[in-house]
Design a protein around this ligand. Structure first.
Ligand code: X2X
Length: 362
């Protein structure tokens, strides 16, 4: 406290110990002192409370701000800093560093409080939240409008409720994008072309099933391990959105063939640990939520807008891009039907049905 305690009794009131004969004379200056003391006390309280509330919160991401994903988290941090006047600082930790590179542990780490917040992928959180496998069902959501119909409707609410029931507060959606297939061997136009190809997939059992159903030889590994595995040729292929292929220069590690098959979209979710959420004021919560929504909308629009120029850039670097005809597309859909049958019960039939309806009606 900056206030001289001698000017106050222990209730913060100024002491009235002036001799009688001086009282008239000093009354004015005494009340001035009172006012100054009160102002100083007020300033001290304000400083103390600002210090107590100025808080840094960690935000985990898999990809850095060279990618739209990392930029989404940085945007969120920027907006929060601005709107809370520095009361809350979000510090972004990219490259899954808070979970030693193991992105499938991000959700558990956030739930337990090792991480305060994250902008994370539905794929990476699906081992802990089975409902999130909804988005990984192959060839289920045909286009961006279908994705928006799912995330923005009843199915999206059900997904958020599933996350919340597991101790994490979801706030908003972002987007990593539609995932495309690349490999170093040759063009892929039909499931038979995948026969025996070693494909790096994310650490989610559903992906294992999808690529097994297609006749490939899938191997699960983190993004951190994927790049060296592609470089050494330990794997023949991988699947990721165009933004990841482009920024990470996947073409430079021999991935010269790219099939655009839009087999799944990978939404991102902005979320907060429950205890951290409960410790915040109503106003801070409101700011965190509204800024997450804004940062998410901004990032989704940017990711989608950049897709076509990224594709041109990728082609200009000599990557052979294959677009599937309707018939070719259908062969992939048919070959992965068993994945739907196996996974729909695990995801929850009601949720799958709500999503199906949203997709049909969009
Ligand atoms: O690991 C991947 O492929 C990545 C970066 O896209 C995700 O985190 C899902």
């Amino acid at each position: 406290m900056l206030v001289d305690a001698r000017q106050n009794d222990n209730h913060g009131r100024p002491c009235r110990s002036w001799p009688n004969q001086l009282q008239g004379h000093v009354m004015n200056s005494a009340s001035r002192i009172t006012r100054i003391a009160a102002a100083l006390a007020g300033a001290a309280v304000l400083t103390a409370s600002l210090t107590a509330q100025a808080r840094e919160l960690s935000v985990s991401t898999v990809l850095s701000d060279a990618f739209p994903w990392g930029q989404a988290a940085e945007k969120w941090a920027e907006l929060v800093e601005e709107r809370t006047g520095g009361e809350l600082t979000l510090r972004v930790y990219p490259n899954s560093q808070l979970v030693a590179g193991d992105q499938t542990r991000e959700f558990s780490a956030m739930r337990s409080g090792l991480i305060d917040m994250a902008v994370g992928s539905t794929i990476n959180w699906s081992p802990q939240v089975p409902e999130l496998n909804l988005f990984s069902l192959p060839f289920f959501m045909p286009d961006e409008a279908a994705v928006d119909a799912v995330t923005g409707g009843e199915a999206g609410e059900m997904v958020f409720a599933a996350i919340e029931s597991r101790g994490v507060i979801p706030l908003a959606w972002g987007e990593n994008g539609f995932r495309q297939l690349s490999n170093s061997r040759g063009p892929i136009t039909e499931p038979g072309d995948l026969d025996g190809l070693k494909i790096r997939v994310v650490g989610s059992p559903l992906f294992q099933d999808t690529f097994t159903a297609l006749g490939a030889d899938p191997t699960q590994m983190s993004w951190t391990d994927a790049q060296p595995a592609l470089t050494t040729g330990a794997v023949d292929g991988q699947e990721n959105p165009l933004s990841v292929f482009d920024v990470a220069r996947i073409d430079q590690v021999g991935q010269e063939h790219l099939t655009l098959w839009n087999y799944m979209n990978d939404p991102l979710i902005f979320a907060v640990n429950q205890q951290v959420w409960q410790s915040l004021s109503e106003e801070q919560r409101e700011i965190l939520r509204e800024t997450a929504v804004e940062a998410g909308e901004w990032e989704i629009a940017m990711t989608r807008e950049q897709e076509s120029e990224r594709l041109v850039a990728i082609q200009e670097r000599g990557v052979q891009v294959t677009e599937l005809t309707e018939e070719q597309h259908r062969a992939f859909v048919n070959a992965t039907q068993s994945v739907h049958e196996k996974w729909a019960p695990r995801i929850g039939p009601e949720l799958v049905e709500a999503a199906r309806q949203a997709i049909e009606e969009h």
